[in-house]
Design a protein around this ligand. Structure first.
Ligand code: TMP
Length: 198
């Protein structure tokens, strides 16, 4: 299985990716838990260019190229080899993040995103869980976490609202693959919702 977790900043999806990985490992499966941007040495180096620095460091178009470069390396070095040996891959973000963060928030770049995805990546997860929470709550969690990886959070509440709507649209368009999971409440409760959906 190839599973991705998605959501706005501070949604709790990283915790959910980890909890699902732990649960499947406890059942005896080999699970590779990974993340984007990152998940391979080259992609982790590209990550720092993308998530640190000022909001206008890159245009949305340049971001699309950098995220695809990182994703291609992640795919070649981590995801494909794991799937080929029969492991379950759980990734904290994948191509849907580019569809939403770069595709619909700063003008409509959907066609560009889809064209590059087809050319350079070409696969989709078997199942995608969008952990859904209110943007004010997500930003508050991000602020509490601190750190320097806040480039997208710095784009503000309006940006996070657009992201949430973008993920909802995606789930409506691809109901067989993409499920919205209510992210409110204790992490264990959210994990139970994920497991029921899986
Ligand atoms: P993270 O905080 O979930 O680790 O993700 C890093 C940031 O990068 C987050 O704000 C979302 C953003 N991002 C995109 O804008 N496009 C993408 O394709 C990916 C994978 C992440």
């Amino acid at each position: 299985m190839f599973i991705s977790f998605e959501g706005i900043d501070g949604s709790g999806k990283s915790t959910q990716a980890r909890l699902l990985a732990e649960a499947l490992r406890a059942e005896g499966r080999e699970v590779v838990l990974t993340r984007e941007p990152g998940g391979s040495d080259g992609a982790e180096a590209i990550r720092r260019l993308l998530v640190e620095g000022g909001t206008d460091r890159w245009s949305a178009e340049t971001e699309i190229l950098l995220f695809n470069a990182a994703r291609r390396d992640h795919l070649e070095r981590t995801i494909r080899p794991a799937l080929q040996r029969g492991a379950t891959v759980i990734t904290d973000r994948f191509a849907d993040s580019t569809r939403v963060y770069q595709g619909v928030t700063r003008g409509d770049l959907t066609e560009t995103v889809e064209a590059l995805h087809k050319l350079m990546i070409g696969i989709e997860p078997d199942r995608t869980f969008v952990i859904d929470i209110a943007p004010v709550e997500g930003l508050a969690r991000g602020a509490a976490r601190g750190g320097s990886e806040d480039r997208f959070e710095s784009m503000g509440l309006g940006f996070q609202e657009k992201l949430r709507a973008g993920f909802a649209e995606l789930a409506a368009a691809q109901p067989a693959r993409v499920r919205i999971i209510d992210g409110s409440g204790a992490p264990e409760d959210v994990a139970a919702r994920v497991r029921a959906a899986l």
